[in-house]
Each structure stands twice: as C-alpha cells, then as structure tokens.
Design a protein. Structure first.
Ligand code: ATP
Ligand code: MG
Length: 779
C-alpha cells in the first residue's frame, strides 16, 4: 500500500503533510478558513487506512452535520475503496452518541426503544411540566425555560448540582423546580431530548469505566472537524472516548481541527475555550498551523482578514493565497430589501449568461426571515433556486403527526407522541378524557401509555366515560396490532401506510375541502417514499433489525444543513441559506445580503461585546465561503413588523479595505442622514454609506477613506435613537440609566473610542455595554 499512501500526500503543502502523517500524541490543526482543514482530516483517515496503521472499524470521525459525514465517508471511500469507507464511524456528535446509547441503553437508564424528542416535542413536555407546577407559561415560556435547561445540560450540570449553585431570582426558581421533573417525565416516556443524547452518554461512560474502556479500545482514532464549535459536554465526551483523565485506560489518537475565528454556536453552548486550551487539556498535544488558503482570491481573503482582525483577544493569523487578487468585491447599496433582491438577481443573471451554473451561486442572509423578499424576486424571475432551512419538512404538522404514530408504535411509553395523536383525527377522546387518563397515570405513577393499556384491559378510570374508554381501547389495540406487524419484520413504509390508513388520518385529509389539506396528502406521500428509500437502503446494507427505530432516528437528527446538496448535486439551482448553515461549504459566487447594523450584525447582539464578536466571526464565515467572486449588499430601508425602517450600513463594511472593492449600486435616496462626525475611528476601511444627510448624490465617498459613514446611524430608525448621541464620557463610579436595565453604576471602562465598553452593575446584574450603542444616560 506504500504507493497508495504516498499518493495521498501528493499536492499537500508541508504543514498539511505533517498533519496527515502525524503519529502519537493529540494533534490540533488550527487554521483559518479554506486552508484545507477538512481536506487534511479526510486525507489523514485515508492515510491511516492505506498505511495499515488503522482498520476502518477503528476510526471515529465527528463532523458538524450528517451531510458532511456522508461526504467525508464518500471521499475516504473514493481514496481507499467504498468497503473500507463503510466500516468507519463518521457521524455528528449526536448520531455517534445515539449509536452508543442504543448499544448501552440499560446502563444509560433507558429502554432500547427510546424516542428522541426534537425541540418542539421537548417544549411540549416541558409545557406540561410547567403547567402542572402552576407556572405562568405566558411569562415563563417553555421556550425560555427550555433554553435554560438546555444550557445546563450542555454544561453537564445535573438538577441537584443546579439547586446547590443557583441564584434566587424567579427564573432560577422555576428552572430548579422544572428541570428534575422534566427529566423524570422524559425518562417515564422513555425519551431523550437532544442535549440528553450527549449528556447521558457522558454520564454513562463516566459511571461505567468498563464501557468507556471498550470504546477506547474499539476506536483507536478519534477525529473531530469544526472543533471550535464543541460545547463542554462534547469536550468531556471526547476525553472519555479517547481516554484522558479519570477513565483513561487505553488512550487512542486524537486529531481535532478548527478555527476559533469561525466559532458561531455560542448560543448552543459552544466555547472557543476548547480549542484555545487544547494543549492544556490534552498533555503532549501538538499544534499544526495551516496558513495557505486554497479557496478564495486575494481580495476576498483580504476582506475576510480585515473584518476578523478587529476582534480582540484572538491570535492573529497570516492567511495567504497563491491565487492572485482576483476580481474586486462588489458592494451595492439599494433603497429597500426588494431593490436589494432585484439587484442580486441582476448579478445572478449576468453570471449565468457568462457561463456560471446556477449551482455555482449562493445567497446568504443573517436570519431566515430575510429570505422572503429574495424568494419572491427569484420566483418572478424564473431562476431556479433551492431554499435551505426555514420551515422544515419534518416540522410540518402532518409529518409530525405521522411520525408520532410511528413513534407510538416503537415506544409505547412515548407520552408526547401518544398525546399528540390520541384524538387526531377526532375519535371521541376529548380534553376531558385526556385529563382523566393523565390524572390516573400520575396517581399510580404510570406512563401515559400504561394508563391507556389499563383502559384497554378494561380497568375503569375516574372521569372517563364508557364511550371514550371504548375509543381508547380501539385506538390502543390498533397500535398494538401494527406493532406486532412491525416486530415481525414489516417494512417501515408498510407500517407507515397502515398507520395513516387505519387511523383514518389520511381519509380525513382526503375528504377535506381545504386546499392546504391536499398538499398535506402530498407531503405524506413524500414521507412514504422517504420511508421506502430507507427500507431499500437497509435491505442493501443487510441490516434488518430495528429498522423502524433507525428510521425515526435518522429523521430526528436531520438538520437544516443536511438539505444542502453536495458539490456534485448542486447544479441547476441557486442555493439560499443562512450564514450559520453555510459553515464549512464553498461556492464560486457568493452574495452576502442585508449588511446593515441591526440586520448583520443582528440587533440583539449590538450591545454586548461578546455577541458582537460572534457576529463578526459570522461575517468572517460568510465572506470566506466565496471562491471567485463576492457580492456584498445592503438596503437603506428594510421593513419589519409592517414598518419601513432606515438602516445604517453594517459596521463590518467599514473594515473592508478600499482597494479590494468596486462600488456598484448606490441608493437613489437616503431616508435618513448620517452623522460623520461622531466617530473617531481611524481604520483604513472604505467608507460605505451616505454622504450628507438627505444627499441624493454619491453615497460612497471613496475619496475620504477614513470617514466612517456607515455607522453610527443617526435619525429615523429605532436604532438611531440609541446611537445618535455623541459617545458618552463615562468613568467608574458614574451612575447611569439604561433604557432596558434601569439604573446602575459604572464599575469600569474597557477600550476607547467607538469600541469603548462600560462595565455596569445593575443591582447585582453585570453587563458589558458598548457605550456608542447602548441607550445609556448619565445621571
Ligand atoms: P473551512 O474553515 O471553511 O471549513 P477548511 O480549512 O476545512 O475550510 P477545506 O474545505 O478543506 O478547508 O479546503 C478548502 C478548499 O481548498 C477545498 O476546495 C479544498 O479542496 C482545497 N484545498 C485544500 N488543500 C489543498 C491543496 N493542498 N491543494 C489544492 N487544493 C486544496
Ligand atoms: Mg472545513
């Protein structure tokens, strides 16, 4: 295999090569975007196999999406043969952990048929808990309390640990009461939520050293892509799997790759700490830095470097490219989001007529809501496009219903699934009946399903009418009957078909006059063909056990990014997606839209330095997806909540070096003025914004490169109110009043000029506020 192995090193630069052949201690490959991190990971796996240093079955590679996992498996397969490729475990953290939990359900405190609750299911269950605890769910929503519980699970903090450290505010009190009860109900329903998938695996491995040892011996090579987006629980998991710390018996080889400048999942508990402290966390670790970018032109790279370099506390990187400066970056400012969309379409059509495939083009936006204007214009223009994300197929009502039927067959204790379909379609088991069954279950410590079983066995339940009881028995018997078919080997598609037919669900939709219901029927047909494909796949792979559960698992773990077609399947349609979803991808032509303060950076983030830094990383990710040409645009007005609002240019635009850009469209009218005097910034960025207030002429003042015309905004917009004032002069000890947080005391000032941040104590709550933006008044 020597020749084969050597061929894998061809075309790699010396640092990439070193990373591929590295042997022994933990390895961190830390490098900027497009420097070949993912490629190195793939080649490293292939190299381990080709040199015989590892068997395919000894490799566990963790990717950020299922799609990326499939691609990596394919690429390794192409390099060393498909048969080898199939024996590796290449998966997301969640998929890998589900596999481990299925193999060890008992020590993990689960039953083999456990359900996986998505966010919607989990919030339903939490809603039941909160209501039972008399919480005002309008004020303390299942969403917000759920987010708190999710954070705790990502930090591996158990309910009892939380109680011993929590604060005394009302939200903490609610969380402290809800968290253990929510977990109890999950286990009673034989279900796990997304965060449990990781947390339970970690707990199981740490409580069962023998099992941890088994995995350490089995997977000799653990490789993790996008390591900058791991959270604490995932970090601890990696330690257990590799064998570091208390549970270590047979340490394997660990390779992680990442870029701290691309960490964009702090809201899911991801922490840059993991990549920054790698060398401390893993003794004998070695770091390899890659500096050559193979993806983008020089201009694109300069812009990306300039934007990210303004984040403080990062290690500077020297990313370079041998590909020349390339085309200039096109900068367009339009009057409205519709004009902006129209402008994007003009460019797309021009690219296409010059020979670019639609599939070479991607349009990014900060949030899903922004896709609407773009979609409308694309539809009108007839350009084929594909929208990734938004309302997902698997979140549609009829799909959730059908899946709940399947779930109830697999896991008869699944409370959320069963309650969802109990009276859907209507079968005479109304709210009153449901409440009576629930009360019975609670009184006797039964799962909801067990209570239904009791009714079916003829037990009487207080408050349940004989008519409802008969319906319950029919419903439950039907499910039991179909379960028997499933257990004796019926295909997923057959079971699904039986369920939606015999339950009357399909018939109800077919009878309906509502045109929406017709498309629901089509969606169910689509689900049925997904199930058929899955059955074929399973039969081909020779796996016949647990097909139904495997299908539900696959569906439960589908993420937005999994809908992005691979490089080879992209042809023929423009791709629209959020920047988050675009992570790790590349396109020849990239449009980043909505570059306005308040849109990108997102409004929510503008007062908080750490959130603003994350927005900047997001901008860096967006820019670095482009290979040949980058188009940046903004709208001078944008409508939200039915009102048109004046938008200032994104501060990120200010940082982009003048010589890399070409100014395209300019707004014909500015509905508000800009103040150019309030900023003391002296960066060399181009001025991208408006000239004089109300000016009708050129708004891109290229002759005054140091002037920050984009921000701060002044005037009309809601944003303007916060930033119109000249920067406040503050010093420690000053009393201030904040528009939202009330009165507080300045405890310190960090930085200066437009970057100055005030640390303020609002009656015990500490905030870091960007003075320039925050609605602060000195008292
Ligand atoms: P990101 O940070 O965005 O995840 P990355 O560091 O993982 O990027 P890759 O996606 O692996 O980078 O590589 C970027 C592009 O550069 C890909 O098209 C890849 O094929 C190409 N590339 C990487 N290394 C080389 C090389 N040595 N020679 C030629 N092309 C390369
Ligand atoms: Mg990558």
């Amino acid at each position: 295999h020597r020749a084969e192995a050597d061929a894998l090193l061809e075309g790699l630069n010396p640092e990439q090569k070193a990373a591929v052949i590295h042997q022994g201690g933990p390895l961190l490959i830390m490098a900027g975007a497009g420097s070949g991190k993912t490629r190195v990971l793939t080649h490293r796996i292939a190299y381990l196999l080709a040199t015989g240093r590892a068997q395919a079955g000894e490799i566990m590679a963790i990717t950020f999406t299922n799609k990326a996992a499939a691609e990596m498996r394919e690429r390794v397969g192409a390099l060393v043969g498909d048969a080898q490729g199939r024996r590796m475990l290449v998966a997301t953290f969640h998929s890998a952990c589900v596999r481990i939990l299925r193999q060890n359900y008992d020590p993990a405190g689960l039953k083999s048929t456990f359900s996986i609750y998505d966010m919607q299911d989990a919030q339903r269950l939490l809603g039941m808990v909160l209501k039972a605890q008399d919480v005002d769910v309008k004020r303390y929503t299942p969403r917000s309390i759920g987010a708190r519980i999710s954070d705790l699970k990502n930090e591996l903090i158990t309910p009892s640990e939380y109680i011993s450290t929590m604060g005394s505010d009302p939200v903490s009190q609610i969380v402290a009461a809800a968290y253990p009860e929510y977990n109890r109900r999950l286990r009673q329903a034989n279900a796990v939520d997304f965060d449990d998938i990781i947390m339970l695996t970690v707990q199981m491995l740490s409580e069962n050293p023998a099992i941890a040892e088994y995995y350490q011996r089995r997977y000799r090579h653990i490789l993790v892509d996008e390591y900058q987006d791991t959270n604490h629980a995932q970090y601890v998991l990696v330690r257990h799997l590799v064998g570091i710390g208390a549970n270590a018996v047979a340490p394997g080889e660990l390779t992680v790759v990442g870029d701290s400048d691309q960490s964009i999942y702090a809201f899911r508990g991801a922490t840059i700490r993991n990549i920054e402290e790698f060398e401390k966390d893993f003794p004998n670790a070695q770091t390899i830095v890659l500096e050559q970018n193979y993806r983008s032109t020089g201009n694109i790279l300069s812009a990306a470097n300039a934007v990210i370099s303004r984040n403080s506390g990062r290690r500077p990187k020297k990313l370079w490219t041998a590909s020349g400066s390339g085309d200039r970056i096109v900068l367009d400012a339009l009057d409205s989001e519709y004009e902006e969309a129209r402008n994007v379409i003009r460019h797309i059509e021009a690219l296409n007529s010059e020979g670019a495939d639609w599939g070479d083009i991607a349009v990014f936006y900060r949030t899903n809501a922004q896709s609407r204007s773009m979609e409308e214009m694309l539809m009108r223009s007839g350009i084929p496009y594909r929208l990734v994300g938004g309302t997902r197929f698997y979140e549609r009502m009829e799909i959730k219903d059908a899946l709940a039927y399947l779930q109830a067959v697999v896991n008869p204790e699944d409370t959320v699934a069963i309650r969802r379909i109990l009276n859907t379609p209507r079968r005479g088991i109304g709210d009153k009946a449901e409440t009576a069954i629930m009360a019975h279950a609670d009184r006797y410590g039964l799962s909801f399903g067990a209570a239904l079983d009791a009714v079916t066995q003829g037990e009487t339940i207080d408050g349940l009418s004989p008519r409802a009881a008969t319906s319950v028995a029919e419903f439950w018997t039907m499910l039991a009957d179909i379960r028997t078919q499933a257990e004796s080997g019926a295909s997923t598609a057959h079971v699904l078909d039986e369920l939606i037919s015999r339950s009357g669900y399909l018939a109800k939709l077919r009878e309906s006059e509502d045109p929406q219901d017709a498309s629901r029927v089509e969606n169910l047909a689509e689900l049925l063909s997904v199930a058929e494909e899955f059955d074929v796949e399973r039969r081909q792979s020779g796996e016949t056990e647990g097909t139904l559960a495997a299908f539900l698992e696959r569906v439960a773990l589908v993420a937005d990014a999994d809908q992005v077609p691979g490089d080879d399947d992209r042809r023929g349609a423009v791709t629209l997606m959020t920047v988050h979803t675009a992570k790790g991808l590349e396109f020849p032509y990239v449009f980043v839209t909505g570059l306005e303060d308040g849109t990108f950076p997102h409004r929510r983030s503008m007062e908080d330095m750490s959130e603003l830094a994350e927005e900047r990383r997001l901008a860096y990710v967006a820019i670095t997806r482009a290979r040949k040409k980058l188009f940046l645009s903004r709208a001078a007005t944008r409508s939200a909540w039915g009102q048109s609002e004046a938008m200032a240019a994104s501060r990120f635009l200010d940082d982009i070096p003048e010589e890399t850009v070409e100014i395209g469209r300019e707004p014909t009218r500015e509905t508000y003025g800009f103040s150019s005097g309030t900023s003391t910034s002296s960066n060399s960025g181009i001025a991208f914004g408006s000239g004089k207030p109300g000016s009708l002429q050129s708004t891109f003042v290229k002759s005054q490169p140091t002037k920050r015309l984009g921000s701060p905004a002044v005037g009309g917009g809601k944003l303007g109110q916060a930033s119109a004032k000249p920067a406040l002069k503050l010093e420690p000890g000053d009393r201030v009043k904040h528009g939202k947080y009330g009165e507080g005391t300045v405890t310190g000032i960090d930085g200066s000029g437009p970057q100055a941040v005030a640390r303020v104590d609002f009656g015990g709550t500490q905030k870091r506020l960007l003075i320039r933006m925050a609605p602060l008044k000195k008292l």
